[in-house]
Design a binder for this molecule. Structure first.
Ligand code: FES
Ligand code: FE2
Length: 348
């Protein structure tokens, strides 16, 4: 039986600082969807770990990402999302083009030697897979295609064409738990039969049926249908099973069986014991509203159940009463893989 990571790593501010540098500063996270930057002259803000980022599409049509921190004294330059020719920092009105260059800084002309060309927003990396936009705070990151690896193929093989999906809504949530607890909860369905009654009626969560697999930075869970017509969820449609992916360090992808659907979003630390996430939900164009509502309620119920679980784990591991826990090597193999990546990143 394997040991978990040390429980001290789940509430220590110094540990989160190390993870921020060793993990989140140079990994890819889901940021938003291409519809948010469809037109030249548009932008949206996001975070990767604790790093604020802004994704832009300038007049030249190029998609770019920058660290959304003013080069003057550090205010977040862009807020929310929108359409604009330039981004003006609300603090002292330094103004940046959507290409990141510093265009204007009030009174800079009074400063001899003020080098505007060296004070553009720091570049970050951006990439897309279908309608999904990913960012990496590291401007020299390996391309997204290398990192998402087998995921696009696995999704296509399931019968889902992501290019035909339309963004329908974003659901945001915060929980009182360390980000790793939220990831670990996502990475096993050992708890499903116990904690998710409606989910377990629809999909087969038994050890023999429910498949776990890792391939590089992507972990995949395959969930056959148990009953396509439960009271809570109509899983009849072209997708023959559920498929859940996790891209290290914190992007979750959920596909439920039935009609075309996908939700995707990042898991981001806010503090050592608080985690923010959002899920962007995508469906086929013109999908039946009643079915969409049913899926959202079904998924929302699972989310409410998971919130109770992760917050309970945080209270236990954060109490300091135990030094570590145990992992079932077969049923929790994806957590073991995740914890290996955490340890590796911190020792590297
Ligand atoms: S901090 Fe942005 S203009 Fe001063
Ligand atoms: Fe769960």
């Amino acid at each position: 039986v394997l040991s978990t990571l040390p429980y001290a790593w789940y509430s220590d501010p110094e540990q989160l600082r190390r993870e921020q540098e060793a993990i989140f500063r140079s990994t890819w996270q889901y940021a938003g969807h291409t519809g948010q930057v469809a037109d030249p002259g548009s932008f949206f803000t996001t975070v990767a770990g604790l790093t604020p980022l802004v994704v832009t599409r300038a007049r030249d049509g190029v998609l770019r990402a920058f660290v959304n921190v003013c080069r003057h004294r550090g205010f977040t330059v862009a807020q929310g999302e929108g359409r604009r020719e330039a981004l003006q920092c609300p603090y002292h009105a330094w103004t940046y083009g959507l290409d990141g260059s510093l265009r204007a800084a009030p009174r800079a002309n009074l400063e001899p030697g003020f080098e505007a060309e060296e004070l553009g927003l720091l570049p970050a990396s951006v990439g897309t897979w279908g309608p999904f936009v990913f960012v990496n705070p590291d401007a020299d990151a390996p391309p997204l295609e290398e990192v998402v690896g087998p995921m696009p193929e696995q999704v296509a093989a399931l019968g889902l064409d992501v290019d035909r999906l339309e963004h329908r809504l974003r659901s945001e949530s915060e929980v009182e738990a360390n980000w790793k607890i939220v990831c670990e909860n996502f990475l096993e369905c050992y708890h499903c039969a116990v904690a998710h009654p409606s989910l377990s009626k629809s999909i087969d969560v038994s050890f023999d049926a429910y498949r776990l697999e890792t391939d590089g930075l992507v972990s995949t869970q395959r969930a056959p249908v148990r009953d396509a017509h439960t009271e809570e969820y109509d899983g009849e449609g072209e997708l023959p099973r559920g498929q859940f992916h996790f891209l290290w360090p914190g992007t979750a992808v959920n596909i439920l069986p039935g009609r075309p659907n996908l939700s995707i979003g990042p898991i981001n630390p806010v503090s050592p014991t608080r985690t923010a996430r959002f899920l962007d939900y995508f469906f086929a164009a013109g999908e039946d509203e009643a079915w969409v509502e049913q899926l959202l309620e079904f998924d929302g119920q699972v989310g409410r159940e998971d919130k109770v679980l992760v917050e309970g784990v945080q209270r236990g591991v954060g109490s300091g009463a135990l030094a570590e826990g145990r992992l079932l090597e077969r049923s929790e193999t994806l957590i073991a893989h995740f914890q290996g990546l955490v340890s590796e990143a911190l020792s590297g």
